[in-house]
Design a protein around this ligand. Structure first.
Ligand code: OAD
Length: 232
């Protein structure tokens, strides 16, 4: 079976009712990114940051995967599929994708403020117990925080993502503005000769010289078109 890698961003989950970040009306218009998505912002006002992620987590329980997520999962019938996502939601998993790499962490997990990547400290939050509050402790005794990769922090899953991308025969980008590194740089790991597709309703800039087939549609419609193209 051929290897297919999907790189997905906020646009993948837009049709599920989750806001993107940089579109007009996006999350970063309402909440300053430095305040709620940087390590400095967390130390300045942990309570505000915990509340922001608590709200987003509660919203996520009411969202469902969309047709786009389902079609990505269905590709497993035909390909070895790796989903590399910048999204912190679990909609790829809920749609049935079995191999998902979360570059920017997972909203439904909490971890230690002292050692965020210590697997012994990572725990799962549930619908019955969705919030993190000041005073909640991780296994190492430090304040519990969201398991999110903030600006200013390392991206430990990047190596796995790069290794999968190097092996890709087909690389598909869906719903990301390609503004945030290192995720946006993954396209440079695609081997020569591999096919690259980009699904997004807006024009997205990608590195010059790459042969990219652009499908200018939303995630669900774009995935349907991709399936048609791949079965030709
Ligand atoms: P952006 O908000 O930057 O980009 C969203 C992209 O989705 C844009 O290119 C939109 O045109 C596209 N889009 C909108 N609706 C869509 C639809 N229905 N179907 C497909 N695409 C659609 O979000 P990201 O690129 O994901 O990180 O942002 C990357 C990172 O920046 C995020 O992971 C987050 C943020 O700061 C952290 O918080 C660490």
């Amino acid at each position: 079976m051929k290897n297919i890698v999907f790189l997905t961003g906020a646009g993948m989950s837009a049709e599920s009712g989750i806001s993107t970040f940089r579109d007009s009306g996006g999350l970063w218009e309402k909440y300053p990114v430095q305040q709620v998505a940087s390590i400095e912002g967390y130390y300045q006002d942990p309570e505000l940051v915990l509340r922001f992620y608590n709200e987003r987590r509660r919203q996520l329980f009411d969202c469902q995967p969309n047709e786009g997520h389902r079609l990505v999962a269905e590709m497993e019938k035909m390909f070895n599929v790796t989903v590399v996502t910048q999204n912190v939601d679990d909609l790829h998993e809920r749609a049935g994708s079995r191999n998902v790499i979360h570059l920017h962490g997972e909203l439904l997990k909490a971890t230690s403020s002292k050692n965020p990547n210590d697997s012994r400290c990572i725990c799962t939050l549930t619908k019955e117990n969705p919030d993190i509050s000041i005073g909640d402790k991780a296994a190492d005794g430090s304040q519990l925080r969201p398991f999110i990769v903030w600006f200013g922090e390392s991206v430990p899953m990047m190596e796995d993502a790069a290794l999968a991308t190097l092996k890709a025969d087909i690389f598909v980008i869906i719903g990301t503005s390609l503004n945030v590194y290192p995720a946006a740089g993954l396209i440079n790991y695609v081997k020569p000769g591999a096919k690259i597709f980009l699904i997004d309703p807006k024009t997205v800039a990608y590195p010059h010289g790459l042969d990219v087939t652009v499908i200018k549609k939303g995630a669900s419609e774009g995935m349907k078109e991709l399936l048609e193209m791949l079965s030709e």
